[in-house]
Design a protein around this ligand. Structure first.
Ligand code: ATP
Length: 506
């Protein structure tokens, strides 16, 4: 009774705590002075091992470095945990690299982050310890010691989840981190300078997206599905033994949005663009090293392929001898599209553009080479409505009816329509300007626009075109034995477009 009373007295409690602390310090200093360090560390390690034996917690340590290189798992965890920082975390770090478009937030050292993955709850903590590293001072042979910091993530969880953490949770983090990095990464536009990709690629800050692109809605949807299937197609490509790449041929008159579509694709996928001007490449060898030095998850663009060097005229280059060593040839290029070299690198998209599809070598049009042929054509009413919404935020207006009539009669490119619509901030003035422009065009004699005539085909022409193409293709097959493959086997399955194309060729 007396003892309980004594303990409930705060003064007595304080005195007891102070004397306990003093005793502990005395024991510690006696131990430090009289017990050898080896014995002490042995003693402590036994105690901690004993504690671990009874503990059900497992700790996975992920060091920042593995030998001299950075540990990829550490980097991935760092990125991943940035998305798990909750308001309960008291100390956070914020950073941003040259390549990033957003701030990167991570938890600071010793801050615990709790994560839940399916039925598994784990806790993460970044532990930093100072270590001494010995080195020789420059200019002398004295050994010096400098302090280094060793960083490691400690992952704690119940030991029953060991398999799940190692086989499922950590691989999941690696995948997520890759996706997060792609999201925050600025899209780069690479060009060739002195035969190599410019090391200071610029940020592609192009605002075009599939939302703002004026394009036939069904075709737009089909293309977006195709791109999404491609991105998720790792397993499919591995299973079918096909290189993980996809080719698109964009064709149509100037100003119909081929470049805009490429920007929309890059923004949609967060892929870098490698803009290749073939005239700046000296040989197939140069082309090979350029293509091999491209990063994965990227789009290779070769614009106006019909205008670049002597690609379409292989016969003449053959007659004048094999000059593949000192110039870029079509077969050199095709080797990268579907020859052996195409398997170097993965998740790559190749886009060719042309204003004159009919001028291309049939070998380029061969099925399986370019997976989708996309016709970008003149503005129709739905395209115009998209542009009116982009520039003036309007979905209807009293002048729309008149414009619908005129657009049905006059060939106007989206670039021309966009040019009129951006002349004034006042929607009415712009629309009236477009009407005047269309009326003017209507009264002018028609240009004989061969570009669109030949272009119209791919989606609408059907049988007539197909037969012609088949003949050209057959001719081309014999032409390129080194890169040719069976058209059917070469073609990935799974999209309507491909099946349709296949039908066309059979
Ligand atoms: N389909 C479209 N949707 C929205 N804007 C477009 C479209 N087509 C063209 N434009 C507008 O016109 C401008 C020029 O278009 P773009 O360069 O994409 O055409 P292009 O077909 O690539 O032309 P070229 O064959 O001459 O390279 C774009 O910057 C954009 O403002």
């Amino acid at each position: 009774m007396l003892a309980r009373k004594k303990l409930s007295d705060p003064k007595a409690l304080l005195t007891a705590a102070a004397s306990f602390a003093a005793t502990a310090m005395l024991i510690r200093s006696v131990a430090n002075d009289f017990v050898p360090m080896e014995l002490r560390s042995y003693f402590f390690s036994r105690i901690s091992k004993l504690c671990c034996k009874f503990s059900s917690t497992l700790i996975v340590v992920i060091d920042e470095f593995q030998g001299h290189s950075t540990n990829k798992v550490f980097e991935a965890v760092d990125t991943y945990l940035g998305t798990k920082v909750t308001p309960y975390v008291r100390r956070i770090k914020v950073s941003k690299g040259d390549e990033d478009t957003k701030l990167i937030v991570t938890a600071d050292r010793d801050e615990e982050i709790v994560d839940v993955y399916e039925d598994l709850q784990v806790s993460w903590i970044l532990v930093c310890t100072e270590i001494e590293s010995s080195g020789t001072r420059s200019g002398g042979d004295n050994n010096s010691f400098s302090k280094l910091e060793r960083k490691a993530f400690e992952l704690k969880f119940h030991q029953q989840h060991r398999e799940k953490v190692l086989n499922s949770y950590l691989p999941y983090i690696l995948e997520r981190a890759k996706a997060i990095k792609e999201e925050i990464k600025a899209i780069k536009l690479h060009t060739v300078v002195y035969g190599a990709w410019d090391s200071n690629a610029i940020n592609l800050d192009h605002p075009m997206s599939f939302k703002t692109l004026a394009m036939d809605p069904d075709l737009k949807m089909e293309l977006m599905d195709d791109l999404n299937n491609f991105v998720e197609g790792k397993e499919f490509h591995r299973r079918t033994g096909k290189a993980w790449k996809r080719g698109y041929l964009l064709y149509g008159p100037p100003g119909t949005g081929k470049s805009s579509l490429i920007a929309a694709m890059a923004n949609h996928l967060s892929y870098d663009i490698y803009d290749l001007d073939l005239t700046s490449v000296r040989s197939n060898c140069g082309l090979r090293s350029l293509l091999l030095s491209m990063s994965n998850r990227s789009i290779l663009v070769i614009e106006d392929i019909d205008c670049t060097i002597n690609l379409q005229n292989r016969e003449s280059s053959r007659e004048s001898g094999d000059n593949s060593k000192n110039q870029v040839t079509l077969s050199g290029l095709l080797n990268f599209i579907d020859g052996l070299w195409s398997c170097c690198g993965e998740e790559r998209i190749i886009v060719f553009t042309t204003n004159h599809k009919d001028r291309l070598d049939p070998a380029l049009l061969r099925p399986g080479r370019m997976d989708m042929h996309i016709h970008m054509s003149y503005c129709n009413f739905s395209g115009f409505k998209q542009l009116a919404f982009n520039y003036h935020g309007i979905s209807e207006h009293q002048l729309f009816e008149e414009i619908e009539g005129l657009i049905g009669e006059v060939k106007v490119t989206p670039a021309e329509a966009a040019g009129e619509l951006m002349k004034s901030r006042d929607a009415e003035i712009s629309l009236q300007g477009l009407i005047n422009f269309l009326q003017n065009k209507k009264t002018q004699p028609h240009d004989k626009d061969e570009t669109d005539k030949d272009a119209k085909g791919d989606h609408q022409e059907g049988k007539e075109k197909k037969d012609g193409e088949e003949e050209k293709v057959k001719q081309a097959e014999g032409d390129k034995a080194d890169t040719s493959k069976d058209a059917k086997g070469d073609r990935p399955e799974g999209t309507e477009k491909q099946d349709g194309e296949e039908e066309k060729l059979n």
